[in-house]
Design a protein around this ligand. Sequence first.
Ligand code: SF4
Ligand code: SF4
Length: 197
Amino acid sequence: MRAVAIEANVTDNEPDGTRIVSVPLSDRPLAPVTRARIRNLRMHLVESLRAMRVMKHPERNVSPVRAEPDGVAGLVARTACSLCRGSCCKGGGEHAYLDERTMARVRQARPDLEAGAIIGLYVSCVPRVAYRDSCVFHGAEGCTLDRALRSDICNNYFCSALGRFVTYPEAPEGVVVIARADGKMRRSGKLGAATKG
Ligand code: SF4
Ligand code: SF4
C-alpha cells in the first residue's frame, strides 16, 4: 500500500481521485461491566423518566429516530466507525446521552411498557464486557443499543472528517477510510465509487 500523508480528522484526495476519510482510532481494552455501572445507568434512566413525566408537550418533543445515511455514505460511515471502534463513545459513560426526549420516543413507540419495563429493556442491552472508560453500551462489536433506543446525539453524530464526507455533495471515485492514533493505523479497502447516497 502506498503511504498517505494525512492528518487525523482531515479529508483529502489521493492523486487518482480516491477520497481519504481519516478518523480516530480507539485502542481501549474491554472490561466486564460492573454492577456499579449498571446501578448508575438505572439511576440515570429513573431521572430521565421523571423528567419525561414533567415535560411540556411530550408529543411535540419526542426525539425522532434518524435513519443512517444510505448508499456509499452509509457504507463509509459503518466502515469508519467499525475501524475506529467508537472513539466518540467515550463520553457516554453510564448515561449514553439518554434523556427525557429519548424516553418519550420509547414510550410513544411502546405504550405498553411502564417505567420499570423501559429500564429493564435498557439494562438488558448492556453487554457483558464493554470498552473501558467508554459508554456502558460500547461492546466489542460496537453499540449494543438499537437505533430506536439510542439518543438523538448518538444517532446523528459524525466526527469531523466523516461528517464532511457524509454531507459532501459530489460523488467520489472511491473512498478509503483510515483510522489512526498514537502511531497505530487501520485502513479499509477501496469502497464504492461514483454513487453516494
Ligand atoms: S463517528 Fe465516532 S465512531 Fe465513527 S469514526 Fe467518528 S469518532 Fe469513530
Ligand atoms: S449509546 Fe451507543 S452510540 Fe451512544 S455513546 Fe453509547 S455506545 Fe456510543
